[in-house]
Design a binder for this molecule. Sequence first.
Ligand SMILES: Nc1ncnc2c1ncn2[C@@H]1O[C@H](COP(=O)(O)OP(=O)(O)O)[C@@H](O)[C@H]1O
Ligand SMILES: [Mg+2]
Length: 299
Amino acid sequence: MSAIEIAVRVYRKLEPEDLQILEAIEQQMKSYEHAPKEAIHKQAELAPQEVDYRLPSLTKKGLLQGWRGQYVGYSLTTPGYDTLAINALVEADVIEAFGKLLGVGKESDVYDALTPTEQQVAIKFHRLGRASFKQTKRKRGYMAKYTYTPDWNQQSRIAAKKEYKALKLLRPKDVAVPNPIKQNRHVLVMSMIEGAELYHHQKLQDPQAILQEILLNVKRAYQDAHIIHGDLSSYNIILQPNQHILIIDWPQNVTTKHPNAKELLKRDLKNVLTFFQRKHGQKNRLKDALTYVTEDSRN
Ligand SMILES: Nc1ncnc2c1ncn2[C@@H]1O[C@H](COP(=O)(O)OP(=O)(O)O)[C@@H](O)[C@H]1O
Ligand SMILES: [Mg+2]
């Protein structure tokens, strides 16, 4: 079962007091790696017996991890954090029902969901610091897939925030990206897109036109929104059924003022050009693409 499956299944059965306790632990985890039981009592504003009765059951559900050292403490697990984000999105009337897994990326799990008005949306759970497959294999066992670096949650929050901000900036500049709807903690809700990553398409109807459209969008991002994707490749470009592209996965963006801006832009463009040359026989010079993107040739 994935972290989110656990979170979604458990979420429906949680009572307000359970959520209060999870939130209290989240607060305390700003100061402690394991929130001390006494601190949870205070923070949750519930009777201590009430808290003591619920802590083991939340642990059994997979939302908490107990710890015994110089004191008794608890920390949130990945499903625990997911539960808090899901709760916030439900409370804000952003989502109502969860759907299926849309994609597992390098650093995220993306699900589809329905809004209260039955609109289909995509929910991206950022998973920075997730153990690599190799590390996971070494550990094995049930908990292996929940092995994260200690600050994964902090990193993932930053990534979600950064991506949300980028999408908010890019949309009004007519860069072809998903529509950002809401961000909470490490989770980003955006419009659901159809189609598949460019690398999935064996044959393109008009590869040069698609490449041109990608370059135009990179140019708009650069000149109008003043940002560079930073992780552009055929994995992060979706070709929609209408034969138009969308560029996804923006948490690594940098501004055009970043000291490595030019290098990153070059790398982005090189990834795309190499892909088009190898797979679709389109020869284009990096230098020309770079000039096209950076020089103001409009007006
Ligand atoms: N808005 C969306 N609608 C539908 N599927 C999406 C959406 N965003 C991402 N995906 C799917 O999830 C995968 C991972 O998302 P991505 O943003 O690239 O994250 P990662 O950093 O993990 O690669 C994508 O390759 C795609 O298949
Ligand atoms: Mg990606």
